[in-house]
Design a protein around this ligand. Structure first.
Ligand SMILES: [Zn+2]
Length: 509
């Protein structure tokens, strides 16, 4: 609070040198003006939160994070509640607006991915300011003091700077700025800050289901993920679901000498390669029967949005060293709206200098199946199993015994996870249109609209429990090293996030 006052004093003192005209003062965005006058204390608050280690399995520190966020919310008059289950607590908050009939709920997560400090340039929980991205030679610089300016291209390096603590702070600052500018909220607000998203949201479903009355809202906004690679603001209206499966195929019940038994004993690595190759054509189209059935087609709005998305395929191909890609000429953005079958990896015997001249006993592959709206995870796994059977395999879920091995020439052991389904909110819903307009107003340009985000986030959990539309409103930079070492936040994205959240909280609908 002290630095708050100082910042104000600094601003006031500076004013005479840069007195804006009355006209300019009227045009000034009050949210931006608030931020510009308080940059140092705003960053201090973010830095204090980033300094608390937040790996979901670190029970002590995860609670410190939750307590800190509760305090930040209470300081702003938000009614808070810790939702307790068997995992890290969920921080819930609520702002009731007199006379409001609608409720916007905002989601973010306060836990982060595990860290390997040896791979970081700075300690991951000692937030460090750099004047440029590290890979462009960015140097560590001191944090400016109250009243001093921050260059918007500077970056803060720390775990969860982008994924996903800064959106939480941006929401809080948006509330401060609205209050300072005397702009009233247009609706009730609810906040849900999860503490184990990076650990798979294992306990979220139970908590959300138990508190579904409390979590009722007209729309849920998910402040997770990055903006578009062009640095343009992005809204996503769906996320893919996912389910994984691991398969093992067998040869003889032990590795056999390739000289003595080659040409005679079947090779499971070859069999697996052939089985996998049977699943896709040369364009990457999946050949498993029914794989694309049940997909809910994109609507008119979604198709228009796809057309309007910036085309970055050629740049991405250059960046990733690809002379050709799958998809028979269709764009990446388009292909993300289809289910996919990906081979995560294959393992059999040793290779290279470690290899030995044997026929392996078995070979294993793991697949991930990304799902889009309409596809049931279980059913998609069943389709792949049916395909494997069609190739002549006996499919089992356990290690085959000798009797099974003697009975079936081709055996595949298959195990799959439960997975979860995709979510897609129609873009033509009135609330979706309002939100697009609010973001456009805040940024001064049309945001990129993605019908589906490529990655998988279990938004279905909240959708299923609350029956409310789910829309993604990410704010952080795409080049933030999310999940790996040297995670960072570009300040301009943080500043934009504050203005976007403020606009959304005050939008009329
Ligand atoms: Zn995240």
């Amino acid at each position: 609070m002290k630095s708050f006052v100082l910042a104000f004093a600094g601003f006031t003192l500076l004013l005479p040198a840069v007195v804006p005209t009355v006209q300019a003062q009227q045009n000034l965005n009050p949210i931006r003006a608030y931020r510009e006058a308080h940059e140092a204390p705003i960053i201090n608050e973010l830095v204090a939160l980033l300094a608390i280690p937040n790996v979901a399995s670190d029970k002590v520190n995860i609670r410190k994070n939750a307590a800190k966020i509760m305090a930040m919310m209470q300081q702003r008059g938000i009614t808070t509640k810790l939702l307790e289950g068997n995992g890290p607590p969920v921080v819930f908050g609520e702002v009731k607006t007199p006379g409001a009939t609608r409720t916007i709920a905002l989601y973010a997560h306060y836990d982060g991915q595990a860290v390997d400090p040896s791979k970081w340039a700075d300690a991951p929980f000692t937030p460090t300011l750099r004047d440029q991205p590290l890979d462009a030679g960015g140097k560590a610089i001191p944090f400016p003091k109250a009243g001093e300016k921050f260059n918007p291209e500077w970056r803060i390096y720390a775990r969860s700077a982008s994924d996903d603590k800064s959106p939480i702070v941006a929401m809080m600052i948006a509330l401060d700025a609205l209050k300072a500018a005397n702009i009233s909220l247009s609706c009730n607000l609810k906040f849900l800050f999860e503490g184990e998203e990076e650990a798979g949201s294992t306990h979220l479903e139970e908590l959300v289901t138990r508190h579904k009355e409390l979590l009722k809202a007209d729309v849920w906004l998910c402040a997770d993920g990055p903006v578009h690679q062009t640095r343009k603001q992005l809204l996503y209206f769906g996320v893919r679901g996912v389910v994984t499966m691991t398969m093992t195929v067998y040869g003889a019940n032990r590795g056999l000498h390739s000289g003595h038994y080659g040409n005679w004993s079947p090779n499971p690595a070859m069999r697996l390669a052939k089985l996998l190759a049977s699943m896709k054509d040369d364009n990457g189209r999946v050949l498993v029967a029914g794989f694309y059935d049940d997909v809910v087609p994109l609507g008119v709005e979604e198709k228009k949005a796809l057309q309007a998305m910036p085309h970055t395929d050629a740049e991405l191909m250059r960046e990733y060293g690809l002379a050709a890609v799958d998809g028979a000429g269709r764009t990446l953005a388009e292909l993300i709206n289809e289910p996919s079958l990906n081979l995560d990896g294959i393992r059999s015997e040793y290779v290279g200098s470690e290899s030995r001249t044997i026929i392996p006993a078995e070979a294993t592959a793991t697949l991930d199946l990304r799902l889009v709206k309409g596809i049931d995870p279980r059913k998609q796994v069943e389709r792949v199993i049916a395909h494997i059977k069609k190739q002549g395999y006996f499919v089992t879920t356990s290690e085959p015994d000798q009797a099974t091995r003697l009975k079936y020439p081709l055996i595949a052991r298959l195990n799959s996870g439960d997975g979860y389904p995709a979510v897609r909110t129609p873009m033509n819903l009135p609330i979706a249109q309002k939100l697009i307009a609010a973001v456009e107003k805040a940024m001064g340009y049309k945001p990129v609209l993605a019908p589906t985000l490529g990655g998988s986030v279990p938004l279905y959990i909240i959708e299923r429990a609350t029956n409310a539309p789910q829309i993604g409103l990410p704010t952080v930079n795409h080049d933030n090293n999310q999940h790996s070492a040297n995670e960072n936040l570009r300040l301009q994205n943080f500043w934009d996030g504050i203005e976007i959240f403020a606009e959304v909280m005050a939008m009329r609908w």
